[in-house]
Design a protein around this ligand. Sequence first.
Ligand code: SF4
Length: 328
Amino acid sequence: MITQEYAALAINNQELSRYQCHEILNWPDEDILQLLHQTYEVRRKYFGNRVHVQVLRNAKSGLCSEDCHYCSQSRVSDAPIEKYTLVPKETLIEEAKQAEQIKATRFCMSTSGNRPSDIEIEELCDIVRAIKSETSLPLCASLGLLLDGQAEKLKAAGLDRVNHNLNTSQRYYSQICTTHTFQDRAETIARCQDAGLEICSGGIVGQGETDDDLIDMLFALRKIKPQAIPINFLIPIEGTPFAKVDTNLSPQKCLKVLSLARLTNPQCEVRAAGGWEYHLRSMQPLALYAVDSIFVTGYLTTGGTSVKEVCDMIADMGFESTIEDAGC
Ligand code: SF4
């Protein structure tokens, strides 16, 4: 069977060809279980049956000067979202403690905006130090483009990981944003890696990109070797430039994308991130055969799945989560 061949390549961490990637993205819907079965062999080899559960907190919302077309927080968005400056330190500490109580794997903070000033970096370092002194949770932050020296400061404060997505291919990047480039993003990731920070970097699928763009992005991630790859699926938000974009995403297509993310980057934590519940609908549980990580509670401005629902789904599917020990 052709999928066995792909799984064998991935298990040996060998790169799939572009042709093979296209075959996966265009796998017949009626044979999706065959693809998932082989993808699961790869997932099991590196991650067993464990599901990492991450709690994401939008620590600063809206008020962004960038024009990312998918984002409700951008300067070109009229979406009616809540806008607020950096959430007080005490609130974030409390929420990190709650995340630790439910045995989340990680507490992730995201701030809108793209080029934090040195003053903002100091403020964030202070928050990181405070959370690290009160919890033992690994911490990740999504802070936008970082300048020389900023990643080092965050690392010294105790930050474990930075999220900075490639979002799409280098070729397509100017179609999703004009205020910064793919190269800008790649440079921030390199700065963070040089500073010794772990990297979480993935993309947003369904922005009008071609399959080749998606494959290019996954190949670029394979070169970067991030610890985690979040795969987001675009939810077109009214008021953003992408409100009317045809995402061309069916539940089966989403499963093929997640399978491809796993098979091209077998050793990375692959996460079903924003929009996965919306696009996978009743097929959400099948995603666990490809991914080893999911987000719970609200993410950024589009909402998410409750902890209880996630616990039940993971247990019903026979997987183990870090949070089910918490008795939810
Ligand atoms: S994705 Fe980030 S940088 Fe882009 S508009 Fe949204 S908040 Fe700003």
